[in-house]
Design a protein. Structure first.
Length: 117
């Protein structure tokens, strides 16, 4: 099983950009489907983006399409989330997650993203 550590969060003004990274330890990272989720204060956790094990298939929440890009480097055991044109409503704790089967069952500790208006 992999262990996940996110980094790259911070505070940015609306319209700015951030790139989140999620470093995985353990074997067989390239066999995991990876995803990014977020949870705003007082709200439920929501899916943001996902990427297949080989990186060829990606999907996004409607709220981030055209602004966020998920990618992965299997040689570095890392998945990324490039976030552009950030909005205050993107403010949340962002989590990296991994799955082999249907459910995401491995989670990182989260990284805070704050977008000021």
């Amino acid at each position: 099983q992999v262990q996940l550590v996110e980094s790259g969060g911070g505070m940015v003004q609306a319209g700015g950009s951030l790139r989140l990274s999620c470093a995985a330890s353990g074997r067989s990272f390239s066999t995991y489907i990876m995803g990014w989720f977020r949870q705003a204060f007082g709200k439920e956790r929501e899916f943001v983006a996902g990427i297949s094990a080989g990186g060829g298939n990606k999907n996004y929440a409607d709220s981030v399409k055209g602004r966020f890009t998920i990618s992965r480097d299997n040689a570095k055991n890392t998945v990324y989330l490039q976030m552009n044109s950030l909005k205050p409503e993107d403010t949340a704790v962002y989590y990296c997650a991994a799955r082999v089967r249907l459910e995401y069952d491995t989670w990182g500790q989260g990284t805070q993203v704050t977008v000021s208006s």
